[in-house]
Design a protein around this ligand. Structure first.
Ligand SMILES: Cc1cc2nc3c(=O)[nH]c(=O)nc-3n(C[C@H](O)[C@H](O)[C@H](O)COP(=O)(O)OP(=O)(O)OC[C@H]3O[C@@H](n4cnc5c(N)ncnc54)[C@H](O)[C@@H]3O)c2cc1C
Length: 307
C-alpha cells in the first residue's frame, strides 16, 4: 500500500515527488513513456528561475529527479495502464500490475501534436518548437514559420512578431478555426504573412542539426517550393494524457482535467498537477508550482484521514 502514487515524471510529477518525499510520504513516481516529460525534448531553458545562464531541459528535470530521490522518492520506468478510483484505497495498474494507494497525483502532461514528419522529430529543440513563449526569444530578427489555423496558432504568430523579422503562417485550408478576434489581430499584424491552402512536406536540415528551411506545397496548385526559415513552430494543439482515467476523472471535451479548486479533481484523494490540467500557461515553472500544490494537498488529505 502506497501513500502517494505520482503519475508522470515531468516538472509537475518530479516537483510533487520532492515535496511528498520531504513530507516523508515515500512517493512512487511512475515515469511513463517519456521519462523527464516534455523538457527532455528540448535544449536550453532560459526562463526557469534560478539559472542565470539557462539550463538544458534534460538536466533540469534530471536534477529534480535526483533531488526527489535524495529525499526518498522511488521511480519506476513503467506506465500506468489502468486505474480504479471507484473505491478507496485507489488502485492503479502499472504495466498491468495492480497496486493500491491512498492518494494519486496525476501529472501525465499534455503532448504537443506534431505534423509527423521524420525530420521534424529530429529537429525538436534545434529550430522546431511547439512553444513560442519558451523559444521565441531565440529567433530575434530571424524568419519564423508557424503551422496551424486555430487560436493558439494566431496567438503564437502574434507573439513571435516581437522577435522575428517575419512570421509566415502556414495553414492547410483557406478557412481558419481561430476566433474572429484572434484572426483579425493576426491579419492586421504587418509582420505576419498568411499562406493558406499550404502544407509542409518537409523541414530541414537534419544533417546540419538545425532548421534552415521548409518544403511547402500549395494544395490547390501543387506548386512546391523551399522556404528559408530559422524557426519552425507547430501550433496544432496538444493532447492531454488522460485516456486511462476516462470516465472516472472529469475532463473538458478536449480531455484536460477539470480542476475542482487548488489541485483537486472530482475524486477526493486524486489530485492533478501540470499541463494535464493547464491549457493556458503550459510552462515548466507553472507545472512545478502545480506539482508542489498537489503534494501539499495529498499530504493534508492523508493527515485528515489519519495517515
Ligand atoms: C520542445 C519544448 C520546449 C519547451 N521549452 C520550455 C521552456 O523553455 N520553458 C518552459 O517553461 N517550458 C517549456 N516547455 C513546456 C514544458 O516542457 C511543459 O510545460 C512542462 O514539461 C509540463 O510539465 P508536466 O510535468 O505537466 O508534463 P510533461 O512534461 O508533459 O510530463 C508528463 C509526464 O507524464 C508521463 N506520462 C504520460 N502518460 C503516462 C502514463 N499513462 N503513465 C505514467 N506516466 C505517464 C510522461 O512520461 C511524462 O513523464 C517546452 C515544451 C516543449 C515540448
Amino acid at each position: 500500500m502506497r501513500n502517494v502514487v505520482i503519475i508522470g515524471s515531468g516538472c509537475a510529477g518530479n516537483t510533487a515527488a520532492i515535496y511528498a518525499a520531504r513530507a516523508n510520504l515515500k512517493p512512487l513516481v511512475v515515469s511513463g513513456h517519456e521519462a523527464g516529460g516534455q523538457l527532455s525534448l528540448t535544449t536550453l531553458v532560459e526562463n526557469f528561475p534560478g539559472f542565470p545562464e539557462g539550463i538544458n531541459g534534460p538536466d533540469l528535470v534530471e536534477n529534480m529527479r535526483l533531488q526527489a530521490t535524495h529525499f526518498g522518492a522511488e521511480f519506476v520506468h513503467s506506465s500506468v495502464t489502468d486505474a480504479d478510483f471507484s473505491v478507496r484505497p485507489f488502485r492503479v495498474a502499472i504495466d498491468d500490475e495492480w497496486m493500491e494507494t491512498r492518494t494519486v497525483i496525476i501529472a501525465s502532461g499534455a503532448s504537443a501534436r506534431w505534423l509527423g514528419l521524420e525530420n521534424e522529430q529530429r529537429l525538436i529543440g534545434k529550430g522546431v518548437s511547439s512553444c513560442a513563449t519558451c523559444d521565441g526569444f531565440f529567433y530575434r530578427d530571424k524568419n519564423i514559420l508557424v503551422v496551424g489555423g486555430g487560436d493558439s496558432a494566431m496567438e503564437e504568430a502574434n507573439f513571435l512578431t516581437r522577435f522575428g523579422r517575419q512570421v509566415t503562417l502556414v495553414h492547410r485550408r483557406d478557412e481558419f478555426r481561430a476566433s474572429k478576434i484572434m484572426l483579425d489581430r493576426a491579419r492586421n499584424n504587418p509582420k505576419i504573412r498568411f499562406l493558406p491552402n499550404t502544407v509542409v512536406d518537409d523541414v530541414y536540415d537534419a544533417s546540419a542539426n538545425v532548421v534552415t528551411g521548409a518544403r511547402l506545397r500549395n494544395r490547390i496548385t501543387d506548386e512546391v517550393w523551399d522556404e528559408p526559415v530559422d524557426g519552425f513552430f507547430v501550433a496544432i494543439g496538444h493532447i492531454p494524457n488522460t485516456r486511462v482515467f476516462k470516465g472516472q476523472i472529469d475532463t473538458d471535451p478536449d480531455g484536460y482535467i477539470l480542476s475542482k479548486g487548488g489541485a483537486r479533481t472530482n475524486i477526493p484523494g486524486v489530485f492533478h498537477a501540470g499541463d494535464v490540467q493547464d491549457r493556458v500557461y503550459r510552462q515548466a515553472i507553472t507545472a512545478s508550482g502545480a506539482g508542489c500544490m498537489a503534494a501539499i494537498e495529498a499530504e493534508r488529505f492523508l493527515e485528515a484521514e489519519g495517515h
